[in-house]
Structure formats: C-alpha cells, structure tokens
Design a protein around this ligand. Structure first.
Ligand SMILES: Nc1ncnc2c1ncn2[C@@H]1O[C@H](COP(=O)(O)OP(=O)(O)OP(=O)(O)O)[C@@H](O)[C@H]1O
Ligand SMILES: [Mg+2]
Length: 309
C-alpha cells in the first residue's frame, strides 16, 4: 500500500464491505431547471475521468438530486466503482445496437436514494465497429436518452480514452462537456485534439454542446509543477475551471477495489471532501434561476402614446 499522499491511513474495510445506506446531506444541492447531461471526456488515459464521474454523481445524489451514470467505456470501471453487475448483463452496448430499450438496462446503485447506472460490458468494445454501418450512427445514444432523461436532474456519461464513435455519441447526446485534467507536465498536450473534436461536433451534430466545466485531478499542491499547470489551465479557461482541485489521495484510488465511491468509502477523507465541494459548485453554477414572475404585472399591456389599439 502506498505510504504517500494526503490521507494514507491504513485500510481497514474488508473486501466484502457493502454500502448499506448513504446519509443525505443536511443542506440539499440546487436543482437545475432541466436535466443537465454531461459528457466526461479526455482522450488521454488515466486522467481521472471515471473517478470524477462516479464521485461527482454520488455527491450530487447525496445532495438530494436524481442522477444517472452511463458507463460508455468497455473497461467498465464506472460500473465497478458503483458496484453494479456488468459482466454478464445487458448494458449500454445493447441499447446502442437497438436490441434493448434503455429503460430495461437501468440499475440502481446500492445505498443511494436516487443514483442509477447503465453499465457497460466487454461487448462494448465492438460498438466502435458495429456502429459504423448504422444509420445516424453518431446519434444512437442521444435518441436512446431522450426517453429517460426527464427522470433525472443530472446524467453523466463516462467516456473511454479515445475520440472514436463512442465518444462522439456521448458528445452528441450531452448538453455540457466536462474535461478532467490531471495536474502534470503533459496535461495540456492532446487537449487541442479534444477541443477540435468538440468544435466539429458542435458544428455538425450538436450546436448547443457547451464546454462548461474543467476539473483538475490528482493535484499535489506541494509541487510547483502542479501549481503552474493550474495557473496555465486557469489562464486558458477562467470560467470553466472549477477552482477546487481534487487532491491526489490514496483513499480515492482505493475505493473502486471495494466497489465503492470515495463518498461512501471514506466520506471525511480529503478526496471525498474535495469531490463534494466540486459537486456543490457544479450544482450552484447550474441551478434554476429564481423566478420573480408576477403574472399580474406582465399581463398588463400599457399602450404607448401614438400606438393604435
Ligand atoms: N485524486 C486521486 N488520487 C489518487 N488516485 C487517483 C485520483 N483520481 C484517480 N486516481 C487513480 O488514477 C487512476 C486513473 O483514474 P481513472 O480511472 O479515474 O482515470 P480515467 O481517465 O477514467 O482512465 P481511463 O482513461 O483508463 O478511462 C485510477 O487508478 C484511479 O484510482
Ligand atoms: Mg475511465
């Protein structure tokens, strides 16, 4: 076990630990006006896409919101982290191929009041090939989601580390793009390719897609490099960057091996606290605007001088 990191306490939970119930937060998180659908993407591998997806989703659910995670990666890491079966059961692949209705593959995540997951399975690796011959191949996920998105406040799509058809389907189905960036030397390399794909999808498939959120992951504030990367990202994306970085923390990386998010595995650890703060910030940014709508006032039509009735 690693001895470094911000919270390198000994692991005490046995591997059979199951989540039995998650406490709701005292202060609920703000509800969006309509379903916010995020695609979590970065074609660079291992930057924290899955970790960010499952923990923000778990945190929002603890904040009282209805959340769905779609595992769009054949590796199935999001399904594992959420503790849902994904090897031998139908999941998102079958939906994309049109053999299953999306509502039939939704699974409840144990312990959470309103957190669902659509799992991936290894067949999903064939999707890139099998989708090619389909009509409207880039829009399969978008069309499938239309029937269930009203059931949720937040939907997160966890992408594989590539810019193939699966990721393009996610870009086409989403309203917002969330990019996790690992605070390390090569962080911004390769981002141009991702932004290019974003621009093409915006132009051709999904004009309203919005790169709204960037989260810095595995941040080690003691190093100058991490701080330089943060400053660089902030200068390029001042509005998109969430100013709460996720620290590199042992508990975060341990949680998936117990089929848990860090939000339940060790809710008071620095990683869990940071993800909770990021989730709250995301919810705040997207909350429904207060309506000061007074129908008595707006229904009166004042006739201006010279205006005919
Ligand atoms: N804040 C963190 N502190 C420590 N380890 C972390 C943290 N975030 C992620 N990790 C670990 O880094 C590795 C990569 O994370 P993750 O699987 O979330 O990345 P990914 O971008 O989804 O990877 P892939 O591209 O393979 O899908 C995992 O082993 C994960 O446990
Ligand atoms: Mg992943």
């Amino acid at each position: 076990m690693s001895q470094s990191g911000d919270d390198s306490r000994e692991t005490s939970a046995p591997s059979t630990t199951k989540v039995v119930g998650v406490r709701r937060l005292k202060e609920a998180m703000a509800k969006p006006a309509s379903t916010r659908i995020f695609t979590v993407a970065n074609q660079k591998g291992g930057v924290g896409k899955t970790t960010t997806t499952v923990n923000i989703a778990a945190a929002l659910s603890m904040g009282g919101l209805r959340v769905l995670v779609i595992d769009l990666d054949p590796q199935g890491n999001a399904s594992t982290a959420l503790g849902v079966p994904h090897r031998d059961n139908a999941g998102i692949y079958e939906v994309l191929m049109g053999s299953h209705e999306i509502s039939t593959v939704v699974q409840k995540v144990a312990g959470f009041p309103a957190l669902d997951c659509i799992s991936s399975n290894t067949s999903l690796a064939n999707a890139e090939i099998n989708l090619v011959s389909m009509v409207a191949r880039e829009l399969q996920l978008k069309e499938a989601l239309e029937t269930i998105s009203v059931n949720y406040d937040y939907i997160f799509i966890d992408c594989p580390p590539s810019l193939g058809l699966l990721t393009v389907n996610a870009f086409a189905a989403a309203k917002e793009l969330l990019i996790p960036i690992q605070a390390e030397y090569y962080a911004l390399e390769g981002l141009s390719q991702l932004l290019e794909t974003y621009a093409v999808v915006k132009k051709r498939l999904n004009p309203t897609l919005n790169l709204s959120t960037i989260v810095l992951t595995m941040f080690d504030g003691r190093t100058r490099l991490a701080n330089d990367v943060a400053a660089n990202v902030r200068s390029h994306f001042p509005n998109e960057l969430i100013d709460i970085p996720i620290p590199r923390a042992v508990r975060v990386s341990e949680a998936p091996s117990y089929s848990q998010t860090v939000m339940t595995y060790d809710p008071l650890s620095p990683g869990a606290i940071a993800y909770m703060q990021v989730a709250r910030e995301i919810a705040e940014r997207g909350k429904a605007k207060e309506e000061n709508f007074d129908s008595n006032v707006v229904s009166i039509h004042y006739k201006k001088d010279g205006e005919s009735a």
